[in-house]
Design a protein around this ligand. Structure first.
Ligand code: GLC
Length: 532
């Protein structure tokens, strides 16, 4: 796969469609809303959009409970609306990635309705049905990711079905070849329409232990954590056979040209990289969530980047993610000043960056009053801070009522600061985080060193993480001050001239004198180096 491939060079932007732009006034974003905002995304400079699920769904988990893999939920619009998004995106050189949710369907999916109708139904084995344990009760100790047992009793047929998430999201049985074929056909449905790839939901969950053995207890579990953490997920996910399934899925994409397979995987690095597959036959990009999960500290992040670079398989292309619809926003986690440093980190590391809508305008988190909670996880396990609503609030477009998101009542509350923190206001302020993102994206596009260049760690110290990106004769130094006080670092040996191309806090470009680079508090710099 050449390094010019779009998904290696490009930047992915995640749209959570419920919260992007509502045109019909029901308070929930829609496809026409996405169409209307494509000019913005083109102005921002991203290369691809990934749209979270838009398929028919009872919305128990806001679209991650699919009841028809080959349609569009009326909340979002119609297939025609989707085709228009695709066409309008493509005409702007934007690729479109859909969310594929293969681990589970909705309990309202016709397949599941058939499956639960009788033990002898031909689709019975499409889902995971088990008898009670010998002494009665659930078949094993597996816990749902949203709390409570992962087994639901079906009175009519006298068996339990397995659901790794809500009981409204029964897991498909991927060991059954008919399930694979039916799901692969639904991929082809969208590939034929012209979508450029898929982000595959919880791909490491697809295959479970053939014997359904109990998971071992987690000795590190603490009571303030989500219940799923009581046990180590040794048998319920990340099974060796999953890689064959993913390779088969990848083959479906290979029937078409230039499509990308991205896998959602929360695993430690050494297990994560197995998802590139044997001889890179797996996901093109197993999502790397390390920046979300790691403490925000220069040394820790430096170590992490080096470790990741070190464990990647030969030819495996890296990727980095700062946020998504399941995680607290980066701005909420590390504060507004460091969020700018994070932007520079994301857009200068080696590997495909994925941005989360709203991070580019510095959205943080929105307090959700109890009566406004939407997230089923928060409802199941309240008060532990697990709720995902604070990171899913409406995009802030302008200073008009409801930030220009909806002419109706938004499904989640807007950030109280939307009148100052919105696209319209920030796009006119050259010092804003939005303009910083736009410059970073532009710089990444103009300098191959930043997208496909080599990554080389640079000795720094203090709260500074520094590295070089090189391509051909071009050398760019990135120096990021994770601290809130000024710092200085030595320029690498044999550097004659150095010119700052971009700062996260200061404007303009300038030459660096005397072999030493000064960094203001919370400042990140991109510096062009010339040997001399
Ligand atoms: C993934 C999705 C999340 C969803 C879950 C179940 O983690 O990102 O939003 O709740 O899968 O489908």
């Amino acid at each position: 796969m050449p390094e010019t491939t779009w998904w290696k060079r490009g930047i992915v932007y995640q749209i959570y469609p419920r919260s992007f732009h509502d045109t019909n006034g029901d308070g929930i974003g829609d496809l026409q809303g996405i169409s209307q905002r494509l000019d913005y995304l083109q102005w921002l400079g991203v290369d691809a959009i990934w749209i979270s699920p838009i398929f028919p769904s009872p919305m128990a988990d806001f679209g991650y409970d699919v009841s028809d893999y080959c349609g569009i939920d009326p909340i979002f619009g119609t297939l025609d609306d989707f085709d228009r998004v695709l066409e309008q995106a493509h005409s702007r050189n934007l690729k479109v990635i859909l969310d594929f949710v293969p681990n589970h369907t909705s309990d309202q999916h016709p397949w599941f309705l058939e499956s639960r109708s009788s033990r002898t139904n031909p689709k019975r084995d499409w889902y995971i049905w088990r008898d009670p344990a010998p002494g009665g009760g659930v078949p094993n100790n597996w816990i749902s990711n949203f709390g409570g047992p992962a087994w639901e009793w079906d009175e009519a047929t006298g068996q339990y079905y397995y659901h790794a998430f809500l009981k409204e999201q029964p897991d498909l049985n991927w060991r059954n070849p008919e399930v694979r074929e039916a799901m692969f056909d639904s991929l082809r449905f969208w590939l034929r329409r012209g979508v450029d790839g898929f982000r595959v939901d919880v791909i490491w969950h697809l295959i479970k232990d053939a014997e359904f053995r109990n998971n071992p207890p987690n000795p590190g579990y603490q009571s303030h954590q989500a219940e799923i953490n009581r046990y180590l997920q040794v048998h319920s996910a990340d099974q060796p056979e999953v890689h064959d399934v993913i390779a088969a899925m990848r083959q479906v994409l290979e029937e078409y040209e230039d499509r990308v397979l991205i896998g959602e995987i929360y695993l430690p690095l050494e297990r994560l990289v197995a998802y590139y597959g044997k001889d890179l036959s797996g996901a093109h990009l197993p999502f790397n969530f390390q920046l979300i999960q790691t403490a925000w500290n220069a040394h820790v992040i430096e170590k992490l980047v080096n470790e990741y670079e070190g464990v990647l398989p030969d030819g495996g292309w890296p990727n980095w993610v700062l946020g998504n619809h399941d995680q607290p926003r980066i701005g909420a986690r590390i504060g507004k000043a460091q969020a700018r440093v994070a932007a520079m980190l994301l857009l200068t590391l080696r590997g495909t960056p994925t941005m989360y809508y709203g991070d580019e305008i510095g959205m943080t988190k929105v307090e959700i009053p109890p009566e406004s909670v939407q997230d089923p996880w928060e409802k199941n396990e309240p008060g532990l801070g697990l709720g995902r609503d604070p990171a899913r609030t409406p995009m802030q477009w302008d200073s008009s009522p409801n930030a220009g998101f909806t002419p109706g009542e938004p499904w989640l509350p807007l950030a109280p600061d939307f009148q100052t923190c919105n696209v319209e206001v920030l796009s006119q302020d050259s010092g804003s985080i939005l303009c910083l993102y736009r410059r970073l994206i532009d710089l990444r596009r103009r300098h191959l060193a930043l997208s496909i260049g080599q990554y080389l760690p640079v000795q720094s110290g203090g709260q500074v993480f520094a590295y070089e990106r090189r391509h051909g004769a071009e050398r760019l130094l990135i120096a990021l001050n994770f601290g809130h006080v000024s710092q200085a670092i030595d320029l690498p040996d044999r550097v004659g001239k150095a010119r700052v191309l971009l700062s996260t806090v200061r404007s303009g470009e300038w030459h660096v004198e005397a072999g030493c680079l000064d960094l203001a508090p919370d400042e990140g710099l991109i510096v062009a180096l010339e040997e001399g």
